[in-house]
Design a protein around this ligand. Structure first.
Ligand SMILES: *Cc1c(COP(=O)(O)O)cnc(C)c1O
Length: 411
């Protein structure tokens, strides 16, 4: 029987749509910020990962421009051919220095995206050890870590979320010569912070290495914004760190920071580093300015303001709902403040009702999160004002009360 590719795909898409799982993109007509232009309307947005409000910062704008004047636009080639500019080298040196209190003998390697950095890490480590490697991966890890494990065809075990007792059992029974623990630092759909001190202890005890994906921590956590390692004051040669530069750092890209020898190995073997055009050098230049802002007094103020917003959000939510089972505000101390509603349709409806009122909050549904745990993923940014947050809560709380009472929620 002949089948038509596109009509078959269309059927699949219909299925997704029936299950309230089809996805679409929204076209934004303004810069990233608390207020964005959507369909000709100004909306108050609580969905970006621009935690420090740097994505539209004048100083970065100027630095990027300066970089363009100096280096032009594209890198023109992959890093190993001719695309590694002075600006890239300086950025990598700055990143390695920034984390040198936490990672001895540190070096850094820059990537176009965090997704590629995670692929690079796991595939290149795996390539060095073939059958001797076993990966221990946290259940809620980011898709890019999971894909890295798959692409590496590494032996792996998944441990239940935050269950370090289960992890320890797995480690104790492992025969692998090289053990690699892999965890997000801040879980992107939960906002909770992994217990890295204990993970590192396990790594030390079982002679394992610990890969930390700090996409949501770098720039935000720690008193100088150095991320989760600073937050917990961790230092170990066993740490392998991945940070992204498109979230709190306000631009684009990512980096790995680890022992120089691992960085050198990745440079030689990681296919998602080698076979791709290097980041535009002007971007690498602007990122250095971003690092300076993050580490300085302005970065401090932004982190403090963000913490105040987080506290206000949680206070008002708890005052409205107490410890109610539903809607459930997850126990998060970070800028990611998810409210689990459960049902896909109800979650979508609240998101749509918010949109009608001028607020943009995405409904996150399976498979991004576990079945029956659809949620509003609210993210706060230092760019939000207290007044903006209060206006949002004034709209959100009554809508959530409505969803509790009515089974068939009507917008
Ligand atoms: C965003 C994210 C990534 C990917 O980073 P990009 O630079 O956006 O590709 C990796 N890990 C986690 C936990 C993330 O949230």
């Amino acid at each position: 029987m002949e089948v038509d590719l596109f009509s078959l795909l269309n059927k699949q898409l219909d299925q997704l749509s029936k299950r309230q799982l089809s996805r679409r993109r929204r076209v934004v007509d303004s810069a990233c910020g608390p207020e964005v232009l959507l369909n000709g309307r100004t909306m108050l947005a609580f969905c970006s990962n621009d935690y420090l409000g740097l994505a539209n910062d004048e100083r970065l704008f100027t630095a990027l421009n300066k970089g363009v004047k100096q280096h032009g636009l594209g890198a023109g080639a992959s890093a190993l051919i001719s695309g590694h500019y002075r600006a890239h080298q300086q950025l990598e040196d700055a990143l390695a220095a920034l984390l040198s209190d936490h990672i001895p003998n540190s070096a850094a390697l820059c990537f176009n995206t965090g997704y590629m950095a995670n692929l690079a890490l796991i595939t290149s480590i795996s390539a060095a050890f073939q059958g001797q490697l076993e990966v221990f991966s946290e259940r809620l890890n980011h898709a890019s870590l999971i894909d890295g494990i798959r692409l590496a065809r590494a032996n792996y075990k998944v441990y239940p979320h935050a269950d370090l007792v289960a992890l320890e059992k797995m480690l104790a029974s492992s025969q692998a010569a090289i053990k690699l623990l892999v965890s997000d630092s801040v879980f992107s759909m939960d906002g909770r912070i992994a217990n890295l001190p204990q993970l590192l202890e396990l790594a030390q005890h079982y002679n394992a290495w610990l890969l930390v994906d700090d996409a949501h921590g770098f720039g935000v956590l720690g008193s100088h914004g150095r991320g989760v390692l600073e937050h917990f004051n961790l230092c170990s040669p066993r740490l392998i760190y991945m940070g992204t530069l498109g979230k709190a750092a306000g631009l684009a890209g990512a980096f790995v920071c680890a022992d120089k020898r691992l960085i050198n190995w990745m440079l030689n073997t990681a296919r998602s580093y080698i076979y791709t055009t290097a980041m535009p050098p002007a971007m690498a230049q602007a990122l250095q300015t971003s690092l300076t802002i993050i580490s300085g007094p302005d970065g401090n103020q932004r982190r403090q303001h963000l913490q105040a917003l987080i506290a206000l959000f949680r206070q008002r939510f708890q005052a409205a709902f107490g410890g109610a089972e539903s809607p459930k505000l997850l126990p998060s101390g970070t800028a990611i403040q998810p409210i689990v509603i459960g049902d896909n349709q109800k979650t979508l409806q609240v998101s749509q009702a918010l949109e009608q009122r001028g607020f943009w909050v995405p409904a996150i549904r399976p498979p991004t999160v576990a079945p029956k745990t659809a949620r509003l993923r609210i993210t706060l940014s230092a760019a939000h004002s207290v007044d903006q947050l209060n206006r949002f809560l004034d709209a959100l709380i009554p809508l959530l009360k409505n969803v509790e009472q009515k089974d068939n929620y009507v917008v």
